[in-house]
Write a protein that binds this ligand. Structure first.
Ligand SMILES: Nc1ncnc2c1ncn2[C@@H]1O[C@H](COP(=O)(O)OP(=O)(O)OP(=O)(O)O)[C@@H](O)[C@H]1O
Ligand SMILES: [Mg+2]
Length: 325
């Protein structure tokens, strides 16, 4: 069903516009604005999407997962436009290839159901093998996340720790043997030590199982620790993207530089949140047509307030700023 030699995931000028009702008037608002990114198919990688609260990360993730349609632009998985897949193609192909992992593992599992039910259901849905083969397969998959079926069997969600529950939700995602996991803030509810073990698990999955991960986070330190490449989002825009050691090690966009200064140490064990003293006036800012960072940028010129910058290719990354024209 996929096209050979196509990228694993390709977003081209993707927009998501929401209508916002304020009293009698309706204004439109771009949660994702002209975003482009590519994950190659020839090797697995961890691609972080980082940005402060409200910058459009989850909206982008939901479009990648086929849960939301782009207002314009194109999102393709293995060369197929996700928005035009039939319900059947989604069910039999796409939803097994692209799997979500969410922030709160307990929201994924009903408190009234044993968690092993979810694993069996997913396995049966995609493999339809006999009972003992399925048990062996589930046990092997749980082994990848450091658990066994014996530990998980007959357990209800309230009998699990947050780390165990998140491992099981990752195991559930792995049952379909996906090529891409879309993980939206998968560790932000876990404490520091568990956070590291889940992030190491993603690295392991990349290396051993060749699973790529779109890692959505508002934590630069874990992005630096985990990802190969990163896109920095600002109010729907991707303002800088490229290899993580370049973008975070030596940021070029004034916004990325400001973010880096506000994160004292890239210590992934510590929670260093992007939101710290960076208020996000998401809706309060009218769209002026200029750079969305101009009002907060020490290097902004009149042109920045009037005109939208293009993406410039500089030193192996893309930077959306006139400084690099
Ligand atoms: N269904 C919707 N209708 C209207 N606006 C929406 C909708 N979903 C998201 N938004 C708005 O789009 C913007 C981006 O939201 P999104 O959830 O993608 O941000 P985020 O980067 O994931 O933030 P966070 O870090 O807080 O999770 C926000 O201003 C949000 O209020
Ligand atoms: Mg979000």
């Amino acid at each position: 069903m996929s096209l050979p030699s196509a990228p694993l995931l390709e977003a081209v000028d993707v927009d998501k516009v929401f209508a916002i009702r304020q009293g009698m008037s309706v204004t439109s608002f771009s949660a994702v604005d002209n975003a482009s990114l590519t994950l190659q198919a020839d090797h697995a990688e961890i691609y972080a999407v980082a940005g402060e609260s409200g910058s459009g990360k989850t909206t982008l993730a939901r479009m990648v997962l086929g849960l939301e349609r782009p207002t314009s632009g194109q999102l393709s998985y293995k060369g197929r436009d996700v928005a035009t897949l039939s319900a059947r193609e989604k069910r039999t192909w796409f939803f097994s290839e692209v799997q979500p992992v969410f922030q709160d593992p307990f929201a994924t599992f009903s408190p009234l159901r044993r968690v092993d039910r979810y694993l069996f259901e997913t396995a049966w849905h995609y493999h339809r093998e006999g009972r003992s083969e399925t048990e062996t397969y589930i046990d092997e998959t749980l082994g990848v996340v450091g658990l066994t079926l014996a530990e998980v069997r007959n357990r209800y969600p309230n009998e699990l720790s947050g780390g165990q529950a998140q491992r099981i939700s990752i195991a559930r995602a792995l049952i379909t043997q996906p090529s891409l996991i879309v993980a939206d803030e998968p560790v932000s509810m876990l404490d520091a030590s568990l956070r590291m073990s889940i992030l190491n698990l993603f690295k392991d999955l990349k290396e051993r199982q060749r699973v790529s991960v779109l890692y959505i986070t508002h934590d630069l330190a874990t992005a630096y620790y985990t990802a190969d490449r990163i896109a920095i989002m600002l109010r729907g825009w991707i303002v800088e993207s490229g290899p993580v050691e370049k973008v975070l090690g030596d940021p070029l966009h004034p916004y990325t530089r400001l973010l880096k200064e506000s994160v004292p140490r890239a210590d992934p064990g510590e929670s260093t949140l992007l939101d710290v003293d960076l208020p996000t006036p998401t809706i309060a800012f009218p769209l002026t047509g200029g750079c969305k960072f101009a009002a907060r940028c020490s290097e902004a010129t009149d042109r920045c307030r009037r005109e939208e910058p293009a993406d410039y290719e500089v030193d192996g990354r893309q930077v959306k700023c006139f400084l690099y024209e």
